[in-house]
Design a protein around this ligand. Structure first.
Ligand SMILES: C[S@@+](CC[C@H](N)C(=O)[O-])C[C@H]1O[C@@H](n2cnc3c(N)ncnc32)[C@H](O)[C@@H]1O
Length: 223
C-alpha cells in the first residue's frame, strides 16, 4: 500500500511524572494495543460493537477522556506518540472506569493505513494538530492530501472529520485540502460553528492565551 509519507510530529520533550510513568508501565496491557500491520478486531478491543471515533494526537487526553465518558454508546480510539500524555490518559481510563476508550501508541498515519478497515469509522477528531507554520514545513501538516483521502476511505457514509486549529493559515489550508478530497463534503461551506460538547484542550488554552482565534472544520463522508 502506498504510504501517505507525512511525518507530522516531533517527539516533544516533557518529563513524565511518577504517576504517568507508573500508569504507562502498568496500564498499557489492559488499555492500549501495540502497533501491528493487521486490521484491528474492534469487538475484541472494546468488548462491544458500537460506532467508532478515532482521535489523532490527543496530547494529554483531557478532552478525549471527557468526551468518552459523556458518550458511553460510542467507542473511542486515541492515537498518540507523546508518552506523558499516554500515561496520563491511561490513568484517566482506569480512574473513570472507561470501557469505551482505548489507545494506540504509534504514528497515526501508519495505524490508520494498516490497522483500520475501510468504511468502519464514524468520525475522526483532530484537535489542534501541530501547525507547522513555516512554509518549508507545510508538507508535514497532517491535514493534507493524500492523508485526507485515506481518512475519507476509512469513514462510513455519513461519518465525519472534525478538525480544530488556532492557526488561521492552517485552517484555510485544511479547508482547501478537504475540499479537494473525494467523498467528503463541507456542509458549512467554510468554517463551522463551535461544538458545545468539545472540552477545551491544553493547546487550545495556549493558543487563546496568545490571542489566536479558534477555527473549526466539519466535513462529512458521502459515498
Ligand atoms: C499540538 S499537540 C495537540 C494535542 C491535543 N490535541 C491538544 O489539543 O491539547 C499535537 C499532538 O499530536 C500528536 N501527533 C502529531 N502527529 C501525530 C501522528 N502522526 N501520530 C500520532 N500523534 C501525532 C503530537 O504528538 C502532539 O501531542
Amino acid at each position: 500500500m502506498r504510504s501517505c509519507g507525512i511525518k507530522s510530529y516531533v517527539r516533544r520533550s516533557g518529563r513524565m511524572s511518577d504517576a504517568q510513568r507508573q500508569a504507562y508501565e502498568t496500564l498499557r496491557s489492559p488499555y492500549a494495543v501495540p502497533f501491528s500491520p493487521t486490521f484491528l478486531n474492534y469487538e475484541a478491543l472494546f468488548r462491544s460493537i458500537q460506532p467508532l471515533i478515532i482521535e489523532i494526537g490527543f496530547g494529554m487526553g483531557v478532552a478525549t477522556a471527557q468526551i468518552a465518558q459523556d458518550n458511553p454508546q460510542i467507542n473511542y480510539l486515541g492515537i498518540e506518540v507523546h508518552r506523558p500524555g499516554i500515561g496520563r490518559l491511561l490513568r484517566e481510563i482506569e480512574s473513570r472506569g472507561l470501557l469505551n476508550l482505548r489507545i494506540i501508541e504509534a504514528d497515526a498515519v501508519e495505524v490508520i493505513q494498516s490497522m483500520i478497515p475501510d468504511h468502519t469509522v464514524q468520525g475522526f477528531h483532530v484537535f489542534f494538530p501541530d501547525p507547522w507554520p513555516k512554509k518549508r514545513h507545510h508538507k508535514r501538516r497532517l491535514i493534507s492530501r493524500p492523508f485526507t483521502d485515506l481518512l475519507a476511505r476509512k469513514l462510513h457514509s455519513g461519518g465525519y472529520c472534525y478538525l480544530v486549529t488556532d492557526w488561521a493559515d492552517y485552517g484555510e489550508w485544511a479547508l482547501r485540502e478537504l475540499a479537494a478530497t473525494d467523498h467528503l463534503v463541507n456542509p458549512h461551506g467554510g468554517f463551522a460553528p463551535p461544538k458545545s460538547w468539545r472540552p477545551k484542550t491544553a493547546f487550545e488554552r495556549k493558543g487563546l492565551a496568545q490571542g489566536h482565534g479558534i477555527y473549526e472544520i466539519w466535513c462529512e463522508a458521502v459515498q
